[in-house]
Design a protein around this ligand. Structure first.
Ligand SMILES: [Zn+2]
Ligand SMILES: [Zn+2]
Length: 220
């Protein structure tokens, strides 16, 4: 990947914000490194590459600019762990590589942005010129969910046995012999104002302290 095309990716990302920030730069750098580590070309127009991000925000725009993957094409997913990190999956080979900034990367910014005392601008400058090996950690990983299940078939429609809403993309789960949406199965990120508990009517569980399943968001 030439410096010029990396610069174009940074421009593409910045055009969405009216600014370029350190997290967009990390998105572009991590995106390029992840795709290159898989031996694939970028930006991609097909669905071979699946990118799983661990946060949203500016970082995601950098990743999109570098990889061509988008939520709309079902080639970009967010597992929101609140971390600047992404895993790059070659859906043909099932190889998966996770890339994140080196843990001590902020300690190195002064070295690559000499004379810039302001922390934000030192990060912005240094993240653009720091060598990959200083900036990033690249880690082959094992996916806990099979690739086919991660990608899923886009045309499939099912109906939740509890709420009756349609579930697309094979995202239903079977619990106690019933096909359910994740919200009904595990407790979702929302609850009805009238019915605090979405499953098991008559439950005396206090909505304020209700334990939620592993797939729900903790908004407390
Ligand atoms: Zn930003
Ligand atoms: Zn449901």
């Amino acid at each position: 990947m030439s410096r010029a095309s990396r610069a174009q990716m940074l421009e593409m990302s910045a055009a969405r914000h009216d600014h370029l920030c350190p997290r967009q730069v990390l998105g572009v750098r991590i995106g390029l490194t992840g795709v290159t580590a898989l031996g694939l070309d970028t930006p991609r127009r097909d669905k071979r590459l699946l990118v799983i991000l661990e946060t949203d925000g500016c970082f995601a725009d950098g990743i999109e600019a570098a990889t061509g993957c988008t939520v709309g094409h079902r080639t970009l997913r967010i597992e929101d762990y609140g971390k600047i990190a992404a895993t790059f999956v070659d859906t043909e080979t099932a190889l998966a590589i996770r890339v994140h900034p080196q843990l001590n990367v902020r300690d190195k910014t002064a070295e690559y942005a000499r004379g810039e005392a302001r922390r934000y601008f030192a990060q912005l400058l240094s993240y653009q010129c720091m060598p990959d090996a200083d900036l990033l950690a690249v880690q082959p990983v094992r996916l806990q969910v099979p690739v086919q299940q991660l990608v899923s078939r886009a045309g499939v429609r099912e109906t939740c046995g509890n709420c009756g809403e349609e579930i697309i993309n094979e995202r239903g789960v079977v619990l106690g012999g019933h096909l359910l949406c994740r919200s009904c199965a595990f407790g979702g990120y929302y609850g009805s104002l009238d019915a605090p508990s979405t499953l098991g009517s008559g439950s005396s569980t206090d909505p304020g302290t209700r334990a939620t399943g592993g797939h729900s968001l903790n908004l407390a």
